[in-house]
Design a protein around this ligand. Structure first.
Ligand SMILES: Cc1ncc(COP(=O)(O)O)c(C=O)c1O
Length: 412
């Protein structure tokens, strides 16, 4: 908090500096000077007394500080438990990990000293087979996270608007801020469904450039119906549909829809379906008219050799992926009915690999999270406006559910 107010104070004096600089470069001897660049785009050179943050773009200086998650090893030291003794149900990871083919492929890497294929050809071919959509429509990224940022870099000019429907995945809002865009929030309804009339009104009035939709939604696990999606696709707005958790919903991905809808992008990931969160592989389906620009703007080597090899190997064992998904879906249902029996939790039905719970009976959600952490069980707690009083619990293996339930019962 201290750091934030300090940088804000510095920020206001810098605005004055910029204005002064700007006036100086426009007028010499009372005459207006032409410049090859609009003056507003020229960064003022920092004065000798400036500190390093004067080099940073203005809108980024106002960004809230990044809150990193604790690395697994650090968490393990802090909790005084071996990593394998921690029940990690706080980040929607897939506790089964990838199929054995991935470990074999990583161990057999022949050319780690050669740069990866900038077009990830092998993986895109495998994804085309997996999804039924030709590889021309598919682009791979360093996690879906990278693709969210890449889309924004290609689509948004500073000051452009996006629509966000909280509570949802917070990276949309974060990346919008990094890209200097404005976020129009259309909060979800009490049951976490989209407020379609409000979205329609906002699109008509505010002319935002794109909307980020998540189905199943993180953190509640609700899905968007085809009718709702079609209604939004009919609006003059680019729709980015994030399907990071689609496998757990039993629904078909909408990847193929990008052939019919010029304003649709669909994002997916290997983090959840294939247990590859640590290797960072995400992918997206794009209309041809859009994907060509993402190719131009992306970092050439955004997907590492290890990441591409791992994802290809994972796709070679669809039976493993299917079994793991089925185990998680089955465990989700067991976890849901067990959580319903906890007197201070009210769980929401979920189509994903996590369950959102309202914490009731006057119990403090933050303390609940901390008490569970002391017992080696990590869950996610929320203190943001729309989700104050909620916790989210990822679905683990049956033994993880058993430990969690034991701890929750001790905290009654
Ligand atoms: C809705 C949603 N989209 C995207 C991601 C990030 O996916 P990746 O690990 O591929 O960057 C997450 C991660 O939790 C998520 O919840």
């Amino acid at each position: 908090m201290g750091a934030l107010s300090c940088s804000t104070a510095f920020c206001s004096s810098s605005v004055a500096d910029i204005r002064r600089e700007s006036r100086r470069s426009r007028t010499v001897g009372g005459r207006f000077m032409a410049s090859s660049l609009p003056v507003e785009q020229v960064n003022p050179s920092p004065s000798q007394s400036s500190t390093g943050d004067s080099f940073i773009r203005l809108h980024l200086r106002k960004l809230a500080p990044y809150q990193p998650i604790l690395p697994f090893e650090v968490l393990s030291t802090r909790l005084g438990r071996k990593p394998e003794d921690i029940v990690k149900l706080d980040a929607n990871e897939n506790p089964y990990g990838p199929p054995p083919e991935v470990f074999e492929a990583l161990g057999a890497l022949k050319f780690p000293y050669v740069y990866p294929d900038p077009e990830s050809r092998c993986l895109r071919a495998a994804l085309a087979e997996d999804s039924g959509l030709e590889s021309d429509y598919i682009l791979v990224g360093c996690g879906a996270d990278e693709l969210i940022d890449l889309i924004m870099r290609c689509v948004l000019d500073p000051g452009d608007k996006i629509v966000d429907c909280p509570p949802t995945f917070t990276m949309y809002e974060f990346d919008a801020a990094v890209n200097g865009a404005m976020v129009i929030k259309v909060p979800r309804m009490a049951d976490f469904s989209l407020d379609i009339p409000q979205i329609v009104e906002v699109v008509e009035k505010e002319r935002p450039k794109c909307i980020f939709l998540t189905s199943p939604n993180n953190p509640d696990g609700s899905i968007i119906s085809d009718e709702e999606l079609l209604q939004i696709l009919n609006l003059p707005i680019l729709v980015v549909l994030d399907e990071a958790y689609i496998e757990f919903s039993g629904l078909q991905s909408k990847m193929k829809w990008v052939k019919r809808h010029e304003n649709l992008i669909v994002l997916r990931t290997f983090s959840k379906r294939a247990g590859l969160a640590g290797l960072r592989v995400g992918y997206g389906a794009f209309p041809i008219s859009i994907i060509q620009y993402l190719w131009r703007a992306k970092q050439p080597y955004n997907v590492s050799v290890a990441a591409e090899v791992s994802a290809c190997a994972a796709l070679q064992n669809p039976e493993y992926l299917e079994n793991v998904k089925n185990s998680l879906v089955q465990e989700r249902e067991r976890l849901f009915s067990l959580l319903k029996g906890v007197p201070y939790l009210s769980p929401y039905p979920s189509c994903s690999n996590f369950i959102l719970c309202k914490v009731t009976s006057g119990k403090d959600p933050k303390k609940l999270k901390e008490d569970l952490a002391k017992m080696g069980v990590m869950i996610r707690h929320y203190d943001k406006k729309e989700l104050k009083g909620y916790v989210r619990i990822s679905v683990g293996k049956p033994e993880h559910t058993n430990v969690l339930m034991k701890c929750l019962n001790l905290l009654k």
